[in-house]
Write a protein that binds this ligand. Structure first.
Ligand code: GLC
Length: 631
């Protein structure tokens, strides 16, 4: 690329004038990335004409992209740290649960603003067969919204309305598989070879049985095995998730190209954050676990390049629910980045382990690993989401303390079922595997903190404790580096919803326990300071306000944990541009004292606004402090 062109790019960034006519910025972006794009594509597919087709379509999607979105792209290109600020707060919900329809969501945007959320994750809303949807993760048409929820036009209207209010919109891009009702799958089932080659078909069980030797199961109880026999078609088809979710074959360049066209089509509807669902699974090889293979990274890098060319304002959020060593490679490298953001999944599971054991040592170790990672890495922090909690902990470290994996997982499940460890939690197991003895856990934050039990037993004191624990966990989540995302309903302490058991389409999947409809009646009580909802909402809101105001919360701040000499008290230190915050969290039901060294000077607790010293701090049961140094 010549010097002249580089200069032009700077002009685009500085002036950000709407461009008409020749799309020079497209050409510049394309030229910048072309060599790598071609190299990676050829490495995977060695197919020049399919590559040429892809390039042609990229241009087309760029041309079709609305001017307002292109303008947003330019602003974000000029300010690459736009999403790394401390005012970013996410909220995730199912459209039907939250507001019935997409238009309903648009009407509820002022509630979202009241919650201080400026990022909404709309859970899967594309066309999916009823009763065979996996919560919408079995897409039968990537260009159609589920009829009950609205239309693509409604989606565009919502994203536009959100952008006017500074709210970013996230959606799922379910790329590992399609529904068996997707047009490709229907043709494949009819025996059309071209479409069969978009999936994994086998005439007999020989090859599937070889795969089964090395590929673990995702749903060992609700959907055992990785293949499904199609009696009408007389073939096995690969189905890593449910039998109605057919794995796509990314060895076929047609699959890659077409999926990228869907991706760009959706991006052009005004989406800001694409959650790439189940990304580690997208490449399959015999004799491997079919997880995290090198080709997966090539594909994610290709997606990143493609979005940098067509829609650089978009963020890629990778869903990698794996151990830390497998997660971080999805950030790519500084020169060749892959995802912008990843889930802080091990930290989430370790947090609940800490709740159940009242021992912060494993969490401290886990946080120091995360805090020690390059600050370019941005994590999405959460307490609960729509999925179960898998107990993916650092069992090597726990073994040194005499905690054996199987027994400890059982303890955690028993604890959260409310059966052990003086627990007040309520919830249910998920995919309890009789062979491995493994089980995951379902329940809302509030139910896991004791709100459900205290409410049922009408125990006011227990309710105070439950609310206190719930607030403390959110306060702790807000001091982690990255973007916190609240699971809708958590802001008003919504408890488990057992009604899914009466719905035959849902009864077998206990994740629906924490996917209940949002209770607007409860939300109506947020102004009542004596109600559970009022107490929780007001206190969380205050923390969110502090977080968005104080710059020590930015993702780029230097963070580490500090020794407190109490096994139940966690201390996180954050330092940024001469400012320092010491955040203390008591994970036990008794008062504790934190002894911290090197804490000269005066501090102010940002929550109560009281001045105090930071050494020898008495912290009540499930209490916390945000201590900011003032001199
Ligand atoms: C992701 C989703 C989960 C779904 C799976 C299959 O893990 O979070 O809900 O079951 O993908 O698409």
């Amino acid at each position: 690329m010549g010097k002249k062109k580089k200069k032009k790019k700077e002009e685009i960034q500085i002036t950000a004038e709407p461009k008409t006519g020749l799309p020079e910025e497209f050409e510049l972006r394309f030229e910048k990335h072309h060599d790598e794009l071609r190299w990676l594509y050829m490495e995977l597919y060695d197919n020049g004409s399919m590559f040429a087709e892809l390039c042609e379509r990229l241009k087309q999607f760029y041309m079709e992209r609305k001017e307002a979105l292109k303008e947003l792209d330019r602003r974000r290109e000029a300010d690459p740290a736009w999403y790394r600020q401390n005012d970013m707060l996410g909220m995730m919900f199912y459209i039907d649960n939250f507001a019935k329809t997409i238009n309903g969501v648009e009407e509820k945007l002022s509630y979202i603003e009241k919650c201080r959320a400026n990022y909404i994750h709309l859970m899967p809303f594309l066309e999916t067969p009823k009763g065979r949807s996996d919560g919408g993760y079995a897409v039968s048409d990537f260009q159609q919204v589920q009829k009950d929820l609205g239309t693509m036009e409604d989606l565009e209207s919502l994203t536009e309305a959100c952008h006017k209010r500074g709210i970013h919109v996230c959606m799922d891009f379910v790329m590992n598989h399609t529904s068996e009702d997707h047009a490709w799958a229907v043709k494949a089932r009819e025996g059309d070879g071209e479409y069969m080659s978009r999936y994994f078909f086998f005439e007999n069980s020989y090859i599937p049985s070889l795969y089964e030797k090395t590929v673990p199961q995702v749903f060992p109880t609700t959907a055992p095995g990785n293949f499904t026999w199609l009696p009408d078609q007389k073939h096995f088809v690969m189905t890593s998730f449910y039998p109605y979710q057919w794995d796509l074959n990314y060895k076929n360049p047609r699959v890659f190209n077409e999926m990228m066209y869907y991706f760009l089509y959706l991006a052009n509807r005004g989406i800001d954050i694409m959650r790439i669902d189940a990304v580690p699974y997208i490449w399959k090889e015999l004799n491997t676990q079919c997880r995290n293979l090198p080709q997966v990274h090539t594909i994610v890098r290709l997606m990143r390049i493609i979005s940098e060319i067509v829609c650089p304002g978009i963020l890629l959020l990778g869903e990698v629910v794996m151990e830390p060593e497998k997660v971080t490679p999805y950030f790519g490298t500084v020169e060749k980045p892959e995802c912008h953001m990843l889930y802080n999944v091990t930290t989430m599971a370790t947090t609940w382990h800490t709740v159940a054991t009242r021992d912060v040592s494993l969490l401290k170790k886990q946080l120091d690993i995360v805090f020690g990672l390059p600050r370019e890495y941005l994590f999405l922090n959460y307490l609960r989401c729509h999925d179960d909690i898998g107990w993916g902990l650092d069992y090597e470290t726990l073994a040194a303390k005499g905690m054996e994996e199987r027994a400890h997982k059982k303890y955690l499940n028993d604890y959260f079922l409310g059966l052990a460890g003086e627990s007040n939690s309520r919830g249910e197991l998920y995919n309890s595997d009789p062979v491995t003895g493994d089980a995951r856990f379902c329940g809302t934050t509030a139910s896991m903190c004791g709100v459900e039990k205290a409410g049922f037993e009408e125990d006011a004191a227990a309710m105070e404790t439950a609310v206190q624990m719930d607030v403390m966990l959110h306060a702790y989540m807000f001091v982690l580096s990255g973007i916190p995302v609240i699971y809708s309903g958590d802001e008003v302490g919504q408890v488990n919803d057992y009604s899914y058991k009466e719905d035959p389409d849902k009864a077998a999947d206990s994740r629906y326990l924490h996917r209940g409809a949002f209770n607007w009646e409860l939300a109506g009580r947020i102004l009542d300071p004596d109600s559970v909802q009022g107490k929780l909402f007001r206190r969380l809101n205050r923390l969110e306000e502090i977080r968005s105001r104080e710059s020590v919360f930015v993702a780029d701040a230097k963070a580490r944990t500090v020794e407190t000499w109490d096994t139940s008290v966690l201390c996180v230190e954050r330092c940024y541009k001469g400012e320092k915050l010491l955040a203390l969290f008591n994970f036990s039901e008794t008062g504790r004292t934190a002894w911290i060294h090197e804490t000269d000077g005066t501090y102010i607790d940002l929550v109560s606004e009281e001045k105090m010293a930071a050494s020898g701090v008495n912290i009540p049961a499930y209490g916390f402090y945000y201590l900011k140094k003032i001199n």
